[in-house]
Design a protein around this ligand. Sequence first.
Ligand code: SAM
Length: 476
Amino acid sequence: MVWKGFEEEDMTRDYHVLSAGCGDLRNTVLTAGSLPGRYQGKLHITLDDFDPFVMARNVLFLYMLVRFADTEGIESSLTTIWYSVHITKKEYDLIKTSLDELIQMDAQNLHAATKGFVSVLDADLKNLSQVWEKWKSLECQKAKRKSIRLGQQRKTLLDREKEGVSLYLRRLSPEDQKPMFEWFDHGNFFPSERSKSTLPFDNPTMTGRGGVDCTPFFSQANYVNSPKDFTFVYCIKASSFPFVAWDCLRVREYTQRPCTSPMVMYHNYVTNLLKRVKNPTLQGRFFIHIFLTNCLTFPDCHSSLHMLNYDRIFTSNLSDYVGIAKLLQTFKPLLNRKNSKSVTVTETINWLEIVPGADHSKIPDAVTQCIITNFADTQKLKSDFGYNDSREYFNNISRFLVYLRADIMGGGLGMPSLKNVPSLSTVMNYNGMQMRDFRKELNRVVPFKYRTNVRGLNPVNGFERVVEWCLPDTDC
Ligand SMILES: C[S@@+](CC[C@H](N)C(=O)[O-])C[C@H]1O[C@@H](n2cnc3c(N)ncnc32)[C@H](O)[C@@H]1O
């Protein structure tokens, strides 16, 4: 979340944000790291994800930020541990010490050790501890015979995505191509160029459930086994690469001096955000509440713990798995009615593949037409680049409206479908919520869609669409 359009009086009040299906800490770091300097309130972020591997990593990082707050360069080390396959002894020792300590803790100890920054339920902590135990037990010293050989594991995983990687590399500018090609090969992520010999350890936090379970199914069935029952292997999905996660335009905006490579540029950017996150954290103005539960049952936890309602509710692209109707029904009661700007955000990625006429690559002549318009706009001739760069020149808004109506008609998990196709105005007022009309005004929290062809290093596909839903009769 980026803090734009806030009034002076907003600078002193507290905010509560829920991220359902939160994934990694990217959005949390961006939200807290972009708080305006003059913001004096308290920020509470609730993170909910049913994946213990993802959450174990999140809690480890949050713990390290506070535990090593006085260690010179901790933010830079955290960025490295976040994204680098191989690490130095210093970083490995930071991980090892933190795991040793976390494994001993109950929820109360963790809360106290982080000065109230991180709250986790004891039952969830038990699951997370299993992941930490496994990471601790892995042999990560590369020179050892029984080492996990993470680089080799990553190579095997990337080989399965060869075509996508090669298409991505072809799309890049000639100056970015070489360092990105090298990055796919070595997977290291440091604030300066490093030679292999200075990185004697593999990064255990990049391992988790593997084998057939490596592909996440978005149902809790995937997690019926305890984390300790899985074989831990390299498990970082392509969608979690730094160059996918962070908006290339923002990174470039932040970068003042030329960098030797995109890795160095992105490393500096993330490290700077982490530095900015540390201030409100140490001042006791930033709090994280962790839940390892299915987002659809999260409201029960929220109510039994008497938690406050939220000014913002983000739902990732969970609507692709449970339907918009189910999300609106689940989360409407959790929105803060006292804030006229409270909003729930839904996102879809899969819609483009299911709505006929939405994907320009399946419509005769549309691609050629879009490539011509793209050229007129950018003066760059793009050939052999796949369809993504031209996709944004195809107006598929009317198809998106069809999708919204069909999705609402379909109901959702455990919700009956409607008998008739709802009108657009029914959709826009579904379940007593007010949809912001993206045709008439800009979204205020997350853009309806990103412009793809200006985001050089981001492998964007142009599928994502984001809709904002407010409470009725508010001026959000
Ligand atoms: C929805 S996924 C999407 C990630 C990315 N946008 C993509 O499509 O690959 C983001 C996170 O949601 C979590 N997740 C999926 N379904 C969930 C549910 N019902 N409750 C809680 N978390 C869920 C997953 O574990 C994952 O970490």
